[in-house]
Design a protein around this ligand. Sequence first.
Ligand code: AMP
Ligand code: ZN
Length: 474
Amino acid sequence: MENNLFFYNTLTRKVERFIPNEDGKVAMYTCGPTVYHYAHIGNLRSYIMEDLLEKTLRYLGYDVKRVMNITDVGHLSSDADTGEDKMLKGARREHKTVMEIARFYTDAFFDDCGKLNIKKPDVVEPATNCISEFIHVIESLLEKGYAYESGGNIYFDTSRLKDYYVLSNQSEKELLVGVREDVEEDGNKRNQSDFVLWFTRSKFDDQELKWDSPWGTGYPGWHIECSCISMKYLGEYMDIHCGGVDNIFPHHTNEIAQSEAYIGHKWCNYWFHINHLNDKAGKMSKSSGEFLTVSLLKAKGYAPLAYRLFCLQSHYRKPLDFSYEVLDNVGAAYDKLVKKIGSLEKEGEIDREQFHLYKEKFQSALCDDLNSAMALTVLYDMLKSGMSDATKYALAESFDQVLSLDLTTAHALKETERKVDDEMERYILDRIEERKKAKKERDFATADAIRAELLEKGIMLEDTREGVKWKSVK
Ligand code: AMP
Ligand code: ZN
């Protein structure tokens, strides 16, 4: 398949043409959330931009298989195997078990993704489902001499590699080595850059989740999760691996080290990283500054899709500063945009030539290192142009396969929602939750009864890839 898609590859430090291993197919992996708390809108910036990449690939005609892990074990508060276990911290905070916390925040994560029209990956796999796979890979690394046992834990021996810091340039490398020398290190390690594959001597004696292993009862390190889960579903050759820039080191660096040591050849060709969303205190995080979630934005009156538009307006490789003032402006621009599209007369003849011309322009913008701001400019130019309403409407519908801003439906929805008061909205959302639960328990009779009851009240439910949506059909 011919294409002109270019994007920045952290591995080669260049904007490169994308060529998948298998013609027409893309094997894509995304580091999923650590489910000890809600995702903040910084995390969600990364997932919005990864969604944009996936949808661009699909728009260009690729058959994409995307896999995501759910980190429900092994992630310590410092990515470098030190500090407190994040899941345990969440469980203590809420007086719940780790698995209760994991289930609750996994559901909350996908609810937020639904509100932002982020497509759920084809495969979502919690780390705790794959313990035997982790043990198998660690055993093989020990056999091959890439890992060693020390003080009860299993470590990866980074000195066995020609170049461990493959994702960093020379000056970054020097900096990383320097930082590592300053840190008080785990005395069991042979080299300061070695990392844990399996913990048995946990600092946390009350660690809830532990499994038997050939090296004693314990639990996996965070990095091994992503290597094993991606290989389980995508095999030994991967096209694109994504994450936020904070994942480059040590997480992705360690993933490459252990995966390539295990399979004995190059693993993933393209590494796609999204820069951070910052607040006044710097990189937005769950532990500092205002903890900004989609629900909080909604409660303050912002449409979640206005936040998606805010993200799409800036380039994924640039840091993005969050402020309510800017979001106010973007929210107003979003309302205006969907109102304009909502007022288009959609019936009528489509000018095929104009349609293809603008579709080309839109694709070219995306193919130019995923220039989403330029793709939005093409949308605005198209709406300003003199072509027929029907052509504009068809183009907006087409562009929305990638932008996912509900361009053609948001205005009508807003109008009907206005007819439904707050109390009714809460009732509808509760009923949707109950229906979801019934479906999960395979109680389809209850699920159908809820749908019928809401329809009776003039509310129609629609199951979409991004979750359940509702509209008033009174
Ligand atoms: P976590 O739940 O901490 O494992 O992070 C989930 C994803 O969000 C990872 O891909 C991180 O790299 C990314 N991430 C974390 N903080 C930010 C931020 N402030 N802006 C953008 N992405 C972030
Ligand atoms: Zn990962």
